[in-house]
Write a protein that binds this ligand. Structure first.
Ligand SMILES: C[S@@+](CC[C@H](N)C(=O)[O-])C[C@H]1O[C@@H](n2cnc3c(N)ncnc32)[C@H](O)[C@@H]1O
Length: 771
């Protein structure tokens, strides 16, 4: 048994163990029990130094009558001693006495399971946290273990990994705990005392098997684990308590016949038999899996049928209910002395009230001009609702209801088509000239890069630190390279780097191998890994080395960065860092948008609002990008808005959300109604539109913009806390506009030109306010 360990040596063991364990069951049960019994005695006599309960397996085979008498006596002792076998049991003399009288209070015993072989079972419930056993171990050094080829013997299935590569055979019950992926017993190795402590990790019921987890990774097991049913006792053979013969065990014939058949058929050596036995087992396992799958299919079909039946029942009930209601209404009409045509009642459909709460009133037919005026119309009057209770949801954004009246409080900012930006190229040139004169004025904008853009653009000369190995002996290259692939296989952060860097330094070729980012390991960890990997590497010391943080997108970058360390070259558009290369017209247009939102924010402040304002518009067509996949914006669609949380006493009336709502509303009125939305609410889309905003939006608003598929955003004042865009290399901020893990990206630009000091002061807002 090699819990969570020794993966390398399990594979050669796999072939042998199950068949050997089965044969063991048939031949060595008696000896095992004897051994366990002796250990039990030793420990009870105090030789093991432990006073915890120890399983005692009676020596030899007794007659079944004497066994059952002993069982009966034991059961009584257990009952009189109660179930309190927990770790915190008191140390009194009385306990000692009861312990001596009752050597197996947990009524542990071995049973043979058809698939798992022998296992430890309990006759009484055991609370969680109970120490089952403190088992002494026999230790083997790894060399001794491998040299003596213990792995190829029966013992191979019973070893625990110990510390420093040593292996241990657990005595007592330790060797008989079978594996379960949902164990009820856990174990702790105690190296100073060379013992393993087994403790229940949950309550164990009477007659349940006690199992430990050999390894959480079941692919490392050297046998095919049987289904996890620690409670199934059916057909099991008792070991130790009742007499058992080899033939009793259902395990023995199955495997024995399999192995014997193979020997008879092939006459090959032991290895071949083991291999074929394993194949046979695999076949059996596959067959079982098939059976399980077909069982699942059956179950699924049953569930589908049950679902259909339930659906049908529900449908029938609904029909019945509707029928009842129709009859009830007709009756009510008759009682009120009006014509009983059920089709004339106009009751709102979704609300169902008991018919006794209904009253009818006549309404004027004139409200429905298309109906004939001869027949009176009736509406159902519901009892009055408590005052202030909202009786309907706000109408969907793209609906008649929204345009006419809604139950929402009327908006202070009705969605209106706002004025276009007022700009000319001359303005820009003028402001630039003036800016020079005054050393102020309007300036450029800077690109705010999200994490996905920074990874790709290769537009910077940033460096990152890695651990590298440096050597001059070319023979080291292979082993060092293999180590680097082992330490950081396909590491995203190193994808742009070539692993090997060769340089001719001072007339000698020096080779460096990049191992991993510096932060991944301490030097001590790395050295330990290197020594483990190959003795050749133990002579080298890893050094921290600066390498380019990204690959190259242009020839110029390649030349520059390659000088430091060889990197990959993936030509492509570089994300510009500023507006410096833009046409003057676009700069002028953007600066007028910025001016607009600052003016609007000042107006909001005058109205007593939080001074944050937005302006959303489409780019003039002369700026439309000439790229595949560009969807032209809805031209002339423009809205502006500011924060109305204070005036509307509504926590969600942030400037950005107001602006998205205004655009959505505008799309529902002429002249933007010609293209109906594909689905309800699709009007919220800001596809290919540009948004100007005075302050960096909060995370919620940034997500709303992402959701709305905005094309680009310009803002003036960054946020210290809680902004959705700014994202530093050190990991601050969210960079919501360009993340690998989100499904839309948009450009974000920050105004880097002058802002009048007075305006800046007026528009200052506390850092902790969400915008
Ligand atoms: C440490 S021994 C456990 C006692 C063993 N059942 C016996 O009869 O001696 C480990 C062996 O038990 C068997 N075994 C343990 N857990 C099992 C499981 N969940 N399913 C099938 N066989 C299991 C395997 O043959 C394994 O090599």
């Amino acid at each position: 048994m090699q819990p969570d360990h020794n993966a390398s040596s399990t594979s050669n063991r796999r072939s042998s163990s199950s068949s050997s364990s089965s044969r063991r069951s048939s031949t060595s049960t008696f000896d095992d029990r004897e051994l366990v019994s002796e250990i039990g005695k030793l420990r009870l006599a105090g030789a093991g130094g432990s006073r915890e309960h120890t399983a005692v397996i009676p020596k030899g085979r007794s007659s079944s009558s004497s066994t059952s008498k002993r069982r009966g006596r034991r059961a009584k002792e257990v009952e009189s001693n109660s179930q309190s076998q927990s770790v915190s049991e008191s140390d009194s003399d009385e306990d000692e006495l009861s312990h001596r009288l009752n050597p197996n209070p947990l009524r542990l015993h071995l049973l043979s399971h058809p698939e798992r072989g022998r296992g430890v079972f309990t006759g009484s419930p055991i609370p969680a946290g109970t120490i089952i056993e403190e088992a002494p171990v026999l230790l083997f050094s790894r060399e001794e273990y491998e040299e003596k080829k213990l792995d190829d013997t029966v013992l191979g299935s019973y070893v625990f990994n110990w510390s420093n590569g040593a292996m241990a055979i657990g005595l007592g019950m330790a060797s008989f705990f079978n594996h379960s992926s949902r164990p009820n017993v856990t174990f702790i190795r105690n190296t100073p005392s060379s013992t393993i402590r087994f403790i229940t990790c949950r309550r164990v019921e009477a007659d349940e098997e006690l199992c430990i987890c050999y390894t959480p990774d079941e692919t490392k097991l050297w046998f095919i684990p049987a289904a996890d049913d620690t409670k199934s006792l059916a057909g099991l053979t008792l070991h130790g308590i009742e007499s058992s013969s080899e033939e009793d065990s259902p395990l023995i014939p199955i495997v024995k016949i399999a192995v014997d058949d193979l020997i008879a058929e092939n006459g090959h050596g032991e290895q071949s038999v083991k291999r074929q036995a394993r194949e046979k087992r695999l076949e059996l396992a596959k067959q079982k899996e098939k059976e399980r799958e077909s069982g699942l299919k059956d179950k699924l079909n049953t569930r589908i049928e049950a679902y259909h039946e339930a659906e049908k029942k529900r449908h029938d009930e609904e029909q019945q209910q509707e029928q009842d209601e129709r009859e009830g209404r007709a009756l009510a009409l008759q009682l009120n002395g009006v014509g009983g045509e059920e089709s004339e009642i106009r009751a709102p459909k979704p609300l169902r009230l008991a018919s006794s709460t209904l009253s009818l009133r006549e309404t004027s037919r004139s409200s429905t001009p298309t109906s004939s005026s001869s027949t009176p119309m009736y509406e159902v009057n519901y009892p009055p609702l408590p005052e202030g209770m909202i009786t309907s949801l706000p109408a969907p954004l793209h609906s008649e209801g929204h345009k006419s009246k809604t139950n929402r409080k009327s908006r202070e900012q009705p969605a209106e088509l706002t004025a276009d930006l007022d700009w000319t190229e001359e303005d820009w040139e003028g402001t630039r000239a003036k800016a020079k004169e005054d050393e102020g004025g309007w300036g450029e904008v800077l690109r705010v890069k999200g994490p996905a853009e920074r990874e790709n653009d290769g537009d910077d000369d940033d460096l990152m630190e890695v651990w590298a190995l440096e050597f001059t002996d070319p023979k080291m290259t292979r082993v060092a390279l293999n180590l680097s692939k082992e330490i950081s296989p396909s590491d995203e952060r190193l994808r742009h780097l070539k692993r090997v860097c060769r340089r001719n330094e001072n007339g000698q070729e020096t080779c460096r191998i990049a191992l991993c980012p510096l932060s991944d390991h301490s030097i001590e960890e790395l050295q330990a890994l290197m020594t483990d990997f190959s003795p050749l590497l133990s002579e080298l010391t890893p050094i921290p080395f600066n390498v380019p943080a990204s690959g190259a997108r242009t020839q110029e970058q390649l030349r520059r960065k390659h000088h430091i360390w060889p990197i990959s070259f993936s030509p492509g558009p570089v994300v510009p860092s500023s507006s410096a290369l833009w046409p003057v017209a676009r700069k002028a247009w953007v600066s007028s948008g910025i001016r607009r939102v600052l003016d609007l924010a000042l107006q909001a402040k005058r109205k007593g609002e939080i001074p944050v304002a937005t302006y959303c518009t489409s780019q003039p067509s002369i700026f439309w990008p000439n790229t595949d996949g560009f969807i032209p914006p809805t031209t002339n669609l423009r809205a502006d808005s500011y924060d109305t949380r204070l005036s509307e006493s509504h926590p969600l009336r942030h400037a950005t959300l107001n602006c998205v709502a205004s655009i959505a509303h505008l799309r529902t009125v002429p002249p933007f109604t010609d293209v109906p939305p594909t689905r309800n609410g699709a009007d919220y889309l800001l596809t290919s539109l540009t948004l100007f905003i005075s302050h960096e939006p909060c995370v919620m608003c940034s997500m709303a913009l992402l959701h709305s598929r905005v094309k680009e955003v310009f803002y003036v004042f960054p946020r210290k806390n809680g902004g959705g865009f700014e994202n530093t290399k050190e990991g601050g901020g969210f960079g919501i506009h360009a993340r690998r893990d989100l499904n839309h990206r948009f450009e974000v630009w920050k105004w880097d030109g002058e802002v009048d000091e007075q305006v800046r002061k007026e528009l200052e807002i506390p850092d902790d306010l969400q915008l």
